[in-house]
Design a protein around this ligand. Structure first.
Ligand SMILES: Nc1nc2c(ncn2[C@@H]2O[C@H](COP(=O)(O)OP(=O)(O)OP(=O)(O)O)[C@@H](O)[C@H]2O)c(=O)[nH]1
Ligand SMILES: [Mg+2]
Ligand SMILES: [Zn+2]
Length: 156
C-alpha cells in the first residue's frame, strides 16, 4: 500500500497529489491529526482541532460529525470524520457471521442444533469438513477468530 509521511506545519503536497480528483475519507483514532491535515490542505476549512492528553496520548473527540469539504481548485473532496471510538462485533449473531463465509456455511448444515461452530463444539460440521480435507483450516480458523472476538466483546 502506498504511503506518505507528513508533519504538522509541513507542506502536504504529496498528500494533495494522492487526493487529486477523488473523494477521500480521513479515518483514525481521535487525536491522530485528521482535522489538522484537512486544515493544511484546505486553508479555508477552519476545522476545529483538539489537544491530545499528554499522559494517554489520546485525543478528545473534537470532531463530532463527518464533514465533506472541497479541495481548492475543485481538485476533489475530503471527508473529515470523528475519531473511531471502538469497533465491536458483540451484536453479530453466530448465524450472521457464518453467512459471511458462504463456503463454510454449507458445511454446517448437519451441525447439532444451536452449534455456534466455534472451537470445541461437539460434532461441528466445520471440524468434520477439515478432517475430510473439504474445508481450508485457515479459513475455519479465521471464522473462529472472529467468532471468539465477538464472544470476548460481549463479556464486559
Ligand atoms: N506532533 C504532531 N502533532 C500533530 C500532528 N498533526 C496534528 N497534531 C496535533 O494533534 C492534536 C489533535 O489534532 P486533530 O487534528 O484535532 O486530530 P483529529 O484526528 O481530527 O481528532 P478528532 O477530531 O478528535 O478525531 C492537535 O493538537 C494537533 O496540533 C503531527 O503531525 N505531529
Ligand atoms: Mg478532528
Ligand atoms: Zn457447527
Amino acid at each position: 500500500m502506498p504511503w506518505v509521511v507528513t508533519e504538522r506545519g509541513g507542506d502536504p503536497a504529496e498528500v494533495r497529489d494522492r487526493l487529486r480528483g477523488r473523494t477521500s475519507v480521513f479515518v483514525g483514532h481521535s487525536g491522530v491529526g485528521k482535522s489538522t491535515l484537512v486544515n493544511a490542505l484546505i486553508p479555508t476549512a477552519n476545522r476545529d482541532v483538539g489537544i491530545v492528553n499528554a499522559v494517554t496520548g489520546r485525543g478528545r473527540h473534537t470532531s463530532t460529525s463527518a464533514y465533506m469539504l472541497e479541495l481548492p481548485g475543485g481538485d476533489g473532496w475530503i471527508i473529515d470524520t470523528p475519531g473511531i471510538r471502538s469497533f465491536g462485533l458483540a451484536h453479530v449473531q453466530p448465524e450472521d457471521l457464518i453467512s459471511a463465509f458462504p463456503d463454510l456455511e454449507e458445511m454446517t448444515e448437519d451441525c447439532p442444533r444451536g452449534c455456534s461452530h466455534g472451537t470445541g463444539e461437539p460434532e461441528c460440521g466445520l471440524d468434520v469438513a477439515v478432517e475430510a480435507g473439504e474445508a481450508d483450516p485457515d479459513r475455519v480458523e479465521s471464522f473462529r477468530r472472529l467468532l471468539s472476538a465477538r464472544e470476548g466483546a460481549a463479556e464486559y
